[in-house]
Design a protein around this ligand. Structure first.
Ligand code: MNH
Length: 470
C-alpha cells in the first residue's frame, strides 16, 4: 500500500467563492448553518474547511472519519459555538464545565444514579401525569388544531420540572396561577438561548454591535433566571423533604463518593438550569419531527397503534418495550439530530482523512451529514425509514456512525430519560388521537418535507397538526 504524505489544512476542500481575509463569509448561511454544511458536504466530500475571517473550522461529514475522531485516545470533546457562549452564562454545569474541572467529575458522579433504569421507573409516574395533562390540553384545542411547537415545549419542560425537580410548572394549563412565574422564566430562557446562538451566527461587525446593545437586557434575564432557580432550591430545602428520589433531591442530599463532598449551591443552580435547557429543547425537537412524520402518514400511525395495543398496558416495562416507537425515534434522530454536530479536539498531532491536524485543533463532526452517509445507509440514506433500526437490519450497517447523543465520557447523561419520555408521550398521543396535517400544509409540503431552523440545536419550524380523538 502506498502512503501519500498528509496534506496541510490549507489544502482542505472548501466552498466556491472564498475571498482573501473574509474567507467563506459569502457562502455562510446564518439561518441554517449546519444544513448548509450538509449540502456542501455533498460536493466537498467527507472532510472540508470553513474559513470565516480568522476562524477556521474543519467539518467532518463522513461516517468513517467521524468514527476515527471519536476515538478517545486521540480526540477529546470540546465546546465551541453557542455552547461556548453558554459557558459564560452557566460556567460549571455538566454540559459547559471543562472535563478537567473537578466540579464536572463531582456532579457526574453525584447525578449518575439519577439516570439509571431504577430512576426511570420513578420518573415514569411523573411523566405519565404530563401525558394526562397534555391530552386534557389537546382535548380543549379548538378544532383539534395543535400548535406543535408550543405544545412540545410545554410538555418537555413540564417533564423535567416534575420528574427532575418535583416541581410542577403548570405550563400545560393545569395550574395557571403557578404558571405565570414559570412561564416568565421559560420565556427568559428562550431569549437567552436565542442571544447565545445569534452571537455565534451573526456577521462579525453587525453582530458585535447587536450583542452589545442587547447585553443589559440579557444580564437582567440571566440574573432573574438564576434567582428563579435559586428559589426552587430554597423551596425544596424548606419543604423538609430529604429523599433523593429525583435529580434535585440527589444534588441536595448526596455526597460525592470520591471526595466525600457535597455540590456547592451555586453549582446546583447551574445544574438545574442545564437540565432545564438541555433536557427540553432537544427532546421537543425530536418529538416535533416525529409528530410531523406521523401526521403525514396515516398508515404508519395505524401500524404503530397496533404495536402499542399489543403491549397491553402503560407501566414502565410496557412503554420501555415499545420497539416500533423507539425505531421511529431513532430514525428521526438519524435524519434530524437535534444536536447537529459535535466538537472534538486533537489530543496530539493527528492525520484525519489525509490532512494534518495539529494538536489542540478542533474539528466539527457534522452528525447531520455523517448519519446520512450513503456508504453506510445506501443510496436512499436521506429517506425516512424507521425499519432501518429493526434489530436484524440495524446489524447490516456495521460501519454506521450513529451518535445523536454524543460520544465518550461527555455523552448525553439524559439519553434514557429523553427516549423514555418521548416514547411515552408519542405512544399516548397515537393511542388517543388520529393525527393529520392541515390541508394547506400537507399540499405545501409535498416533496418539501420538514423545515428546520437552527438555534444551536436543529429544530422543526413551528407547524400545526390536527388531532381528532379516536
Ligand atoms: Mn443531552 C449532552 C443530545 C436530551 C442532559 N446531549 C448531550 C450531548 C448531546 C446531547 C449530543 C453531547 C454534546 C457534546 O458532546 O457537545 N440530549 C441530546 C438529545 C436529547 C437530549 C438529542 C433528546 C432527544 N439531555 C437530554 C435530556 C437531558 C440532557 C432529557 C436531561 C434530563 N445532555 C444533558 C447533559 C449533557 C448532555 C447534562 C452534558 C453531559 C456532560 O457533558 O457531562
Amino acid at each position: 500500500m502506498t502512503r501519500t504524505a498528509p496534506l496541510p489544512l490549507e489544502k482542505l476542500p472548501h466552498a466556491p467563492g472564498r475571498l482573501p481575509i473574509l474567507g467563506d463569509l459569502a457562502s455562510v448561511d446564518r439561518v441554517r448553518p449546519t444544513q448548509h454544511e450538509l449540502a456542501l458536504s455533498r460536493s466537498l466530500g467527507p472532510i472540508f474547511g470553513r474559513k470565516i475571517l480568522s476562524s477556521h473550522v474543519i467539518v467532518v461529514a463522513g461516517a468513517a472519519l467521524a468514527t476515527e475522531a471519536c476515538d478517545e485516545t486521540y480526540w477529546a470533546r470540546c465546546l465551541a459555538g453557542p455552547g461556548e457562549v453558554l459557558r459564560g452564562i452557566v460556567p460549571t454545569g455538566l454540559f459547559t464545565a471543562k472535563s478537567r474541572d473537578p466540579l464536572w467529575g463531582k456532579a457526574h458522579r453525584i447525578l449518575s444514579p439519577g439516570f439509571t433504569q431504577a430512576s426511570m421507573r420513578t420518573y415514569h409516574q411523573a411523566m405519565t401525569t404530563v401525558a394526562d395533562d397534555l391530552e386534557a390540553a389537546w382535548d380543549h384545542a379548538p378544532g383539534g388544531r395543535i400548535d406543535v411547537h408550543a405544545s412540545m415545549t410545554a410538555a418537555t419542560l413540564e417533564v423535567i420540572a416534575r420528574a427532575g425537580f418535583g416541581k410542577p410548572f403548570g405550563l400545560l394549563g393545569a395550574a395557571p396561577a403557578q404558571a405565570v412565574e414559570a412561564q416568565w422564566f421559560v420565556d427568559a430562557l428562550a431569549r437567552i438561548l436565542r442571544w447565545a446562538s445569534d452571537q455565534t451566527n451573526d456577521l462579525p461587525v453587525v453582530g458585535a454591535i447587536r450583542t452589545r446593545l442587547q447585553a443589559p437586557r440579557m444580564r437582567r434575564d440571566i440574573g432573574a433566571a438564576r434567582a428563579y432557580v435559586q428559589g426552587l432550591i430554597t423551596e425544596r430545602r424548606a419543604s423538609g423533604r430529604t429523599d433523593a428520589e429525583d435529580l434535585l433531591g440527589l444534588m441536595l442530599t448526596s455526597l460525592d463518593p470520591e471526595t466525600g463532598e457535597a455540590l456547592p449551591d451555586n453549582n446546583i443552580a447551574d445544574q438545574v438550569l442545564t437540565f432545564l435547557v438541555a433536557g427540553h429543547e432537544t427532546t421537543a425537537a425530536l418529538l416535533e419531527a416525529a409528530l410531523y412524520y406521523l401526521a403525514a402518514d396515516p398508515v404508519l400511525q395505524q401500524r404503530l397503534r397496533a404495536g402499542i395495543e399489543a403491549r397491553g398496558g402503560w407501566g414502565y416495562d410496557e412503554v420501555a418495550g415499545m420497539r416500533d416507537i423507539r425505531n421511529l425515534l431513532h430514525e428521526v434522530l438519524r435524519l434530524h439530530p437535534p444536536v447537529p454536530g459535535l466538537f472534538r479536539v486533537a489530543r496530539e498531532d493527528r492525520v484525519l482523512g489525509g490532512y494534518r491536524i495539529p494538536k489542540g485543533h478542533a474539528v466539527f463532526l457534522l452528525s447531520l451529514a455523517a448519519q446520512r452517509d450513503p456508504l453506510v445507509w445506501g443510496e436512499d440514506a436521506d429517506r425516512f425509514d424507521p425499519d432501518r433500526f429493526e434489530a436484524t437490519r440495524r446489524r447490516s450497517y456495521p460501519d454506521a456512525w450513529f451518535k445523536p447523543f454524543g460520544s465518550g465520557p461527555r455523552a448525553c447523561i439524559g439519553m434514557a430519560f429523553a427516549l423514555h419520555e418521548a416514547t411515552l408521550l408519542l405512544a399516548r398521543i397515537l393511542h388517543s388521537y388520529f393525527l393529520a396535517l392541515p390541508v394547506g400544509a400537507a399540499a405545501r409540503d409535498v416533496g418539501g418535507g420538514l423545515r428546520l431552523y437552527e438555534r444551536g440545536s436543529l429544530r422543526p419550524e413551528p407547524f400545526e397538526l390536527i388531532a381528532r380523538r379516536r
